[in-house]
Design a protein around this ligand. Structure first.
Ligand code: SF4
Length: 266
């Protein structure tokens, strides 16, 4: 079926897109086209994409690199459709990531709705820091949602991420309260040594997720130091310069704690 000649509602709606990556194998099932949106209200100290923080188009201090471009829903879909054959052969599709996708909820909703309409599998990667009504309608067109839950301790959350965690917890609670047919809800935690890898915070996370039947499993991801060069290029300071990637043994130890409450994948 050929869709790209069709007219549809909001096809000309514009969004600020950081970049589009093809053939990713890390952002959902199969081969995926990942649409990275610009704009994020959080400030995780370990963030590997500082160029995604602001919605506006940015250039490096020396003016040599520009981050982001304004695109319509249809312009993004033209890129996404180019790999349709790979999606159908590999079980892949489109993933919308950030920044924080909820910084541009209208655009993201129209994008996933269109992909869904065209039979393309859809994933989102989000912190759930946004309005429930926006989340709920995006989830209605999403096959898999990857949601970060970075810290249970409210004070530490504010300190390391810059915003409180009550809205995030409330939205995860709502999304996880019931099992949606044919939809996946996967909670992710990037493990940052000395920040969110304590027994206490992992126990709290496991207990919180254990009470939510709609959550499929917990994924623990090792901290990495990618993106630090981009801070320099943007004239920003990376705040965790001495933090090391956790060892396999430590990842396993963290998994064994959370695994008492919920299926956990490292
Ligand atoms: S939510 Fe993601 S994009 Fe936003 S600051 Fe944190 S790591 Fe960076």
């Amino acid at each position: 079926m050929i869709f790209n000649c069709q007219k549809y509602e909001n096809m000309k709606l514009q969004g600020s897109v950081l970049r589009i990556e093809k053939s990713s194998i890390y952002d959902g099932d199969g081969l995926r086209t990942v649409v990275f949106m610009k704009g994020c209200p959080l400030r995780c100290q370990w963030c590997s994409t500082p160029e995604s923080h602001h919605k506006k188009i940015q250039t490096t201090v020396d003016g040599s690199i520009t981050y982001g471009q304004i695109m319509t829903v249809e312009e993004v879909m033209i890129e996404v459709r180019k790999d349709s054959l790979f999606y159908f052969n590999s079980g892949g599709g489109m993933t919308v990531s950030g920044g924080e996708i909820l910084a541009q909820p209208e655009f993201v909703y129209n994008l996933v709705r269109r992909a869904c309409h065209e039979g393309i599998d859809t994933c989102i990667e989000t912190s759930f820091y946004g309005k429930w009504d926006d989340i709920n309608r995006i989830l209605g067109c999403t096959d898999t949602a990857f949601v970060d839950m970075k810290l249970m301790d409210p004070e530490a959350h504010k300190k390391y991420i810059g915003v409180p965690n009550d809205l995030i917890l409330s939205n995860i609670r709502k999304a996880g309260a019931e099992k949606k047919k044919n939809r996946k809800l996967i909670i992710r935690r990037p493990l940052i040594p000395g920040v969110n890898d304590s027994r206490q915070d992992l126990e709290l996370l496991g207990q919180f997720l254990a009470g939510l039947p709609g959550v499929d499993h917990l994924q623990l991801l090792p901290y990495h130091r990618l993106g630090t060069d981009t801070y320099r290029k943007l004239g920003m300071t990376y705040q965790l310069p001495d933090t090391e990637t956790p060892s396999d043994e430590h990842m396993e130890w963290c998994r064994s704690i959370a695994n008492k409450y919920i299926e956990t994948i490292v």
